[in-house]
Structures are given as structure tokens and as C-alpha cells.
Design a protein around this ligand. Structure first.
Ligand code: FE2
Ligand code: FE2
Length: 184
């Protein structure tokens, strides 16, 4: 398997959540009386932050892109990689905007509805194009910069990355309950 195999599989999951995000945005846009679904938004935010960003973008930025920085990339590949990193940053900003708006909505601010729809639409617009660029124009061509050994090493690193991330999440969970003076 190529090191981009796991990343492409993750893209298929991200697409499924992004389709749900797009659906909710469209429904809110079509019916001004429809209220934002806070339960869905909470789960979508968790998914975007933990799976799409920490786990998926984490492996791209800390393994694949990091290794590519050590190669003499063509100008086109270097430019595409910078755009992809900017997209990741934009995704983080949209997640923060969605969380802020959603909190305001829950606190009774009716004006926050528009900001929620905008953030949902922003996420729905960002990811399909981002994923298409990685899948069609970037990930496979850049494999030619790596030897077979380097590709095998990257796959190993990706498995370790996922394992460490999963372990950290539960370590944080235990630590939180071990703290005697926690506030919640
Ligand atoms: Fe990406
Ligand atoms: Fe990706």
C-alpha cells in the first residue's frame, strides 16, 4: 500500500460528514423557520476537529508534507502544498466560527443563525475541492519523490500517529477524572 492509501480512505469518511453538513446548511437556507440542529452541529464539530483535523490533517502536515519539505519539489507541487495547508487553516477558522455561532444561538441570540449557516456552507464548500485536489492532482504524483523504503517508513509512521492520538485522547480522559479539584 502507498502511504496515501490511509489518507484516501479517510477522505471518503470526511466526504460523508461534509455531505451531511451541506444538507443541513441547505435545509436551513431553504426554510427560515427551521432551527439549527445543535446535536448534529456538536457531532459535526467533534468530527471536523478530531478526525478531519487532528487525525487526518495531522498525518498530512506532520508526516507527508513534512517529508516533502525535504525534497526538491516542482514549483507547482510546492504551490499546491501551501494552498492545501492554507485550506486546513481555513477549516480550523470555520470550525471556530461554527462553535462561536452555535454557542451564541444556544444562549438565545437569534442573529447567530446566519453565522451558523455561513460556517456550515463554508465547510461544505471547502472540503470537496480540497479533497479533489489532493486525490487527483497531488498525492499520487508526489509519491515519485520517495523511494520504496521511504514510502514504507511513512506508512509505519502513520499507524503510529493514529495509535498515539487515540492513546492521548484516553489519557486526557483519565487525567481529567483523576484531578481531584476539577470544576465540572
Ligand atoms: Fe488536506
Ligand atoms: Fe486530505
Amino acid at each position: 500500500m502507498l502511504p496515501i492509501g490511509p489518507l484516501m480512505k479517510e477522505h471518503r469518511k470526511i466526504e460523508r460528514m461534509v455531505a451531511l453538513i451541506a444538507e443541513h446548511a441547505e435545509a436551513l437556507r431553504a426554510d427560515a423557520d427551521l432551527e439549527p440542529d445543535n446535536d448534529f452541529i456538536f457531532d459535526a464539530l467533534t468530527f471536523i476537529r478530531e478526525y478531519a483535523d487532528e487525525c487526518h490533517h495531522g498525518k498530512e502536515e506532520h508526516i507527508l508534507f513534512e517529508e516533502l519539505r525535504g525534497k526538491e519539489l516542482s514549483a507547482a507541487h510546492a504551490e499546491t502544498m501551501e494552498r492545501l495547508i492554507e485550506d486546513h487553516q481555513r477549516g480550523r477558522e470555520l470550525a471556530t466560527a461554527l462553535e462561536t455561532a452555535s454557542n451564541s444561538w444556544e444562549d438565545g441570540d437569534d442573529d447567530a443563525r446566519e453565522a451558523i449557516v455561513n460556517a456550515l456552507e463554508g465547510l461544505a464548500d471547502l472540503y470537496p475541492d480540497h479533497i479533489a485536489t489532493e486525490d487527483d492532482d497531488f498525492s499520487i504524483p508526489v509519491m515519485s519523490y520517495f523511494s520504496e523504503q521511504e514510502k514504507a517508513d511513512m506508512i509505519e509512521e502513520m499507524w503510529d500517529f493514529d495509535h498515539d492520538l487515540f492513546t492521548e485522547l484516553y489519557e486526557a480522559c483519565i487525567a481529567q477524572w483523576e484531578t481531584p479539584d476539577r470544576e465540572d
